[in-house]
Design a protein around this ligand. Structure first.
Ligand code: SF4
Length: 69
């Protein structure tokens, strides 16, 4: 079953650590100039477990997931 999740990123919390991009490079990319991560269009197509791990590994809790479970 294809389970789509909505990914949002709170830029006020992001510190640009890059953990999310290491865990899920198809879903997140760090803008080095701004020092902030961006959610990529590919985020909608990768597995829930990978997104959950990225959210869990974010040191500031900047990544929120929502969607059907
Ligand atoms: S892991 Fe969290 S703080 Fe680090 S770049 Fe990603 S969203 Fe920002």
């Amino acid at each position: 079953m294809d389970e789509r999740m909505s990914v949002t990123l709170d830029e006020t919390r992001c510190v640009g650590s890059g953990d999310c991009a290491l865990v899920a490079p198809s879903a997140f990319q760090v803008d080095e100039d701004e020092g902030l991560a961006r959610v990529l269009p590919g985020a909608a197509h990768i597995g829930r477990a990978q997104l959950e791990r990225a959210a869990r590994d974010c040191p500031t809790g900047a990544i929120q997931l929502s969607g059907d479970s």
